[in-house]
Design a protein around this ligand. Structure first.
Ligand SMILES: Cc1cc2nc3c(=O)[nH]c(=O)nc-3n(C[C@H](O)[C@H](O)[C@H](O)COP(=O)(O)OP(=O)(O)OC[C@H]3O[C@@H](n4cnc5c(N)ncnc54)[C@H](O)[C@@H]3O)c2cc1C
Length: 382
C-alpha cells in the first residue's frame, strides 16, 4: 500500500486540513494521529461554555469514529508521536514506526506553566483543549470563587464567561492593563471597566507566588503581599507553540515550526499549520489564519502547489459585557494612534505616516464600524 499523508493533531488545524484535502483527493490514504481523544470541537467555544451551561460533551461536535468515516481516514486517538525521522520519511510512536508520503504537523501549542509554591498546585487548571475543559468543569462543580492567572484574551474571556456562569472571578497578572500586547490602553480600560461592572476584581502588577490549601478552599499569596481566597485557579498566562520534536528532528525553529508560504518546513515532505507553525515569520494563534493555511495546503498536498495568503485578520474577543474587535498592527509596521469615543465605546485607530490604516481596537458600540474599517486594513501576507 502507498504510504499515507499523515497529519499529527486533530484540532481545528488537523481536521480542517483533512476536510479540505478530501474535497480534492478522495483516494490517497490519510492517517490522523492525536494524543487526545480525537473528538471534533471548536476550541473558541471553551471560553463560552459556562455562560451557556455546556458540559464538555455538549461542546463535542463529532466522535473520532464519525470523523474517520467522514474523512475516509484512519484516526488514531490517545497516541503520542514521540519522534520524527525525516531521512527515512517515518515517525515514531514509541517503538512503532509509521511511514508517510507527506507529514503535516498540526500539533498546536502548549500552555505556559510557572512554578508556584505551596500544596495547592493541583487546583491550577490550564484550559487548552476539550479534556482540560472537562477536568475544570468537574473540579468547579459546587465551587464559587475562581482565580484567573493572566489578563490576555483568554483570561478576560474566561472571566466574563465564569461570571455569567455564576462564579466570582479575581484576575492576577504582572502588567498594567488587560491584553497588553493586543490592545490600545483606551480600549483595554473599556474592557476592564466592563468586566469590573460585572463583578470581576483585577490585581494588576503582582504574580501568584504561593497557593496553599486552607479549611475553606485555597489561599493565594501574591508577590505584593495581598492574600486572596479562592476555590480553584485557571491558568491563562500564555501558549507556546510545540516545537520540541521538530527541533529534535532538525527542522528549523523560530517562534514556532518555521514554514514558507507553501507551509513547507525546512525539510521536504514535512509541513506545518495552526498554532505550532510560524508562517513566513507570523505565528498567529487564531482560527482565521489556520483556515487559510488548511485550504492552501490541501491544494499543495493534492498536487497543485499553492502559497497561502493572509488578508486582514481581525479578532473578535468574546467579552460580551464589552464587545471587542481588534486588528493588531502588523509586525514591523509603525503608526500613530488616535482615539475617539469614551466610556465603553472606544474607537482606537492606528495610521501610518501616509494615512493608511494599520490596525484598530473597537469596543462597545464602535464594533459596528469594523466592516467598513476591515476594507482599509492591510493584508498580513499579500
Ligand atoms: C479558550 C480559548 C478560546 C479561543 N478563542 C478563539 C477565538 O474566539 N477566535 C480565534 O480565532 N481563536 C481562538 N482561540 C485560538 C484557537 O482556538 C486556536 O488557534 C486553534 O484552535 C488551534 O488549533 P490547532 O489545531 O493548531 O491546535 P490544537 O487545537 O491545540 O490541536 C493540537 C492537536 O495536536 C495533538 N498533539 C499535540 N502533540 C501531539 C503529539 N506529540 N502526538 C500526537 N498528537 C499530538 C493534540 O492532541 C491535538 O489534537 C482560542 C483558544 C482558546 C484556548
Amino acid at each position: 500500500m502507498n504510504a499515507p499523508v499523515v497529519i499529527i493533531g486533530t484540532g481545528l488545524a488537523g481536521y480542517n486540513l483533512a476536510r479540505e484535502f478530501r474535497k480534492l483527493d478522495g483516494e490517497t490514504p490519510l492517517l490522523l494521529i492525536t494524543a487526545d481523544d480525537g473528538r471534533s470541537y471548536s476550541k473558541p467555544m471553551l471560553s463560552t461554555g459556562f455562560g451557556k451551561n455546556k458540559e464538555a460533551d455538549g461542546l463535542s461536535m463529532a466522535e473520532p469514529g464519525a470523523m474517520a468515516e467522514q474523512l475516509k481516514a484512519e484516526v488514531r486517538t490517545h497516541t503520542h508521536v514521540t519522534g520524527i525521522d525525516p531521512g527515512h520519511k517515518r515517525l515514531w510512536i514509541g517503538e512503532e514506526s509509521v511511514h508517510y508520503r507527506d507529514l503535516v504537523l498540526a500539533w498546536g501549542a502548549e500552555t505556559v506553566r510557572v512554578p508556584v509554591e505551596g500544596d495547592g498546585s493541583e487546583a491550577i487548571f490550564p484550559i487548552n483543549d476539550l479534556e482540560d475543559y472537562a477536568r475544570f468543569r468537574a473540579a468547579a462543580a459546587g465551587k464559587r470563587r475562581v482565580l484567573i492567572l493572566g489578563v490576555g484574551l483568554i483570561g478576560c474571556e474566561f472571566a466574563n464567561d465564569l461570571i455569567l456562569g455564576g462564579y466570582e472571578a479575581d484576575l492576577v497578572a504582572p502588567c498594567e492593563q488587560v491584553m497588553p500586547t493586543l490592545l490600545h490602553p483606551a480600549a483595554a480600560a473599556a474592557v476592564q471597566t466592563g468586566l469590573e461592572n460585572l463583578g470581576a476584581r483585577f490585581h494588576l502588577g503582582p504574580v501568584l507566588t504561593r497557593l496553599s490549601k486552607v479549611e475553606n478552599g485555597l489561599e493565594a499569596h501574591l508577590s505584593d503581599g495581598e492574600v486572596l481566597h479562592c476555590d480553584l485557579v485557571v491558568s491563562a498566562i500564555g501558549l507556546r507553540p510545540r516545537v520540541d520534536l521538530a527541533a529534535a528532528a532538525g527542522l528549523e525553529i523560530g517562534r514556532g515550526v518555521v514554514v514558507d508560504r507553501h507551509l513547507k518546513t525546512s525539510h521536504a515532505n514535512i509541513y506545518a499549520l495552526g498554532d505550532c507553525a510560524e508562517v513566513d515569520g507570523l505565528n498567529l494563534l487564531y482560527v482565521m489564519p489556520l483556515m487559510s493555511c488548511a485550504r492552501a495546503l490541501a491544494q499543495t498536498l493534492a498536487g497543485t502547489p499553492t502559497p497561502v495568503k493572509y488578508g486582514p485578520m481581525p479578532v473578535t474577543v468574546k467579552t460580551p459585557v464589552c464587545p471587542l474587535v481588534v486588528s493588531p498592527v502588523p509586525k514591523g509596521r509603525e503608526g500613530i494612534w488616535s482615539v475617539e469615543g469614551q466610556g465603553a465605546d472606544i474607537k482606537a485607530l492606528c495610521h501610518d505616516a501616509d494615512g493608511n490604516l494599520l490596525g484598530y481596537a473597537l469596543t462597545g458600540a464602535a464594533v459596528m464600524d469594523k466592516l467598513a474599517l476591515n476594507k482599509a486594513l492591510p493584508s498580513l501576507l499579500a
